[in-house]
Design a protein around this ligand. Structure first.
Ligand SMILES: Nc1ncnc2c1ncn2[C@@H]1O[C@H](COP(=O)(O)OP(=O)(O)OP(=O)(O)O)[C@@H](O)[C@H]1O
Length: 352
């Protein structure tokens, strides 16, 4: 069960932590009512300088709420009710809005799915790329204009002097995402959070944008948290991957560790779904739904959908207590009681 893994083109030194999330909990609540099921539930995640970490999982697993918590843009009704999100010395989870505004666009950049919708239709592309340069880098109007042209050229926009005067509606989706990347990189951020940045683009443009993102990340040494549901994107540009299920990380490690030898039955099912879809055009879905898992307040959240727990006859243990994230070797960690059974997990008992 392997997806083709292409190793990153040029290894960079990694080590320092750029973003550290510990015990993050995000809840939705209506006025006067506490939320029964958190959207993010005790999430731990580390992104180091110079690496791309992919956060993957089914729809509704909590990827976007994790990203929005880090950038301080949770939707109305949602709030961080526990944990820390540390960028440098600051806890983003408790940062006052004014200070958060300064961090955003300066030390923390964002890239979203719908680039054209993210650009202001009433301002030229150039003025939007110039904004962080003037706001966070203190450049004069003239200096900013010159730097904008450089940045647009750098992300592969043809005729950058002319394109700087264009408006969002005059750009293709791919060009708009290049502009967003230029704007995100303008202030030389330490960290970028990219939520499905190529989902709205066609396949050829998607590959170009991913190559550009990887190239810029390597060049600048910036850390990237990439949210995606597409495992082929993970294999093409990420260094490490964290698999999210029902609001928490169930498996993580280098892309090679996790994809070559997945330990968690949920990861195996995700890989199977992805492989069948890309090789045979067939859709494979994991039986059951994550909603029933969210309602559980003890035991493994995946247990109601887990064939392995049944096959190994350990349902009592799985439904009794939440498994810890334990080390499987190297950086590879997994939250599954059954993975303690070692090689049995890779045998027929797996069932997914
Ligand atoms: N506006 C909302 N109101 C109430 N609950 C919400 C809202 N948006 C999200 N949620 C809850 O938060 C959970 C996590 O949602 P989130 O958008 O982070 O998932 P996701 O993994 O990013 O999914 P997708 O891949 O579809 O974007 C959902 O399962 C849902 O229970």
């Amino acid at each position: 069960m392997r997806l083709p893994y292409r190793p990153p083109p040029t290894p960079v030194a990694t080590g320092d932590t750029a973003l550290e999330i510990r015990g993050l909990r995000v809840e939705f609540s209506e006025p006067g009512h506490a939320s029964a099921t958190p959207a993010v539930d005790g999430l731990d995640l580390t992104v180091r300088r110079g690496e791309i970490v992919a956060l993957v999982g089914e729809s509704g697993s909590g990827k976007t709420m994790t990203a929005l918590s880090a950038i301080g843009l949770l939707p109305p009704g949602a709030r961080v009710t526990g944990g820390r999100i540390t960028l440098g010395e600051e806890d983003l989870a408790t940062l006052p809005p004014k200070r958060m505004n300064r961090v955003r666009g300066h030390r923390l950049a964002m890239l979203f799915q719908q680039p054209k919708a993210m650009l202001d239709p009433t301002c030229t592309v150039g003025s939007q790329v110039a904004e962080p340069l003037r706001l966070h880098r203190g450049l004069s109007r003239r200096q900013a204009r010159a730097r904008v042209v450089e940045l647009l050229r750098d992300v592969g926009i043809p005729e950058p002097e002319r394109r700087a005067s264009a408006y969002a509606h005059q750009l293709s989706g791919g060009m708009a995402q290049r502009v967003m990347i230029a704007a995100a990189l303008a202030a030389d951020p330490a960290m970028m959070i990219a939520d499905e940045p190529t989902t709205a683009l066609d396949a050829t443009v998607q590959a170009q944008i991913l190559r550009l993102l990887r190239h810029k990340q390597r060049e600048s040494g910036m850390a990237v948290l990439l949210i995606t549901h597409d495992l082929t994107i993970v294999t093409s540009i990420a260094d490490r991957v964290a698999v999210m299920y029902a609001g928490r990380v169930v498996e993580e490690g280098s892309v090679r560790e996790v994809f070559d030898a997945p330990e968690h039955p949920y990861t195996r099912a995700l890989l199977k779904a992805s492989l069948l879809q890309s090789e045979e055009g067939r859709l494979f879905s994991i039986p059951g739904s994550a909603t029933q898992s969210r309602a559980l307040d003890h035991g493994c959240r995946f247990q109601p959908r887990c064939p392995l727990s049944q096959n190994l006859g350990i349902t009592g243990r799985c439904s009794g207590a939440e498994p810890p994230l334990h080390t499987c070797g190297g950086e590879h960690r997994c939250r599954c009681w059954a993975s303690e059974h070692g090689t049995e997990l890779r045998g027929e008992a797996v069932g997914v």
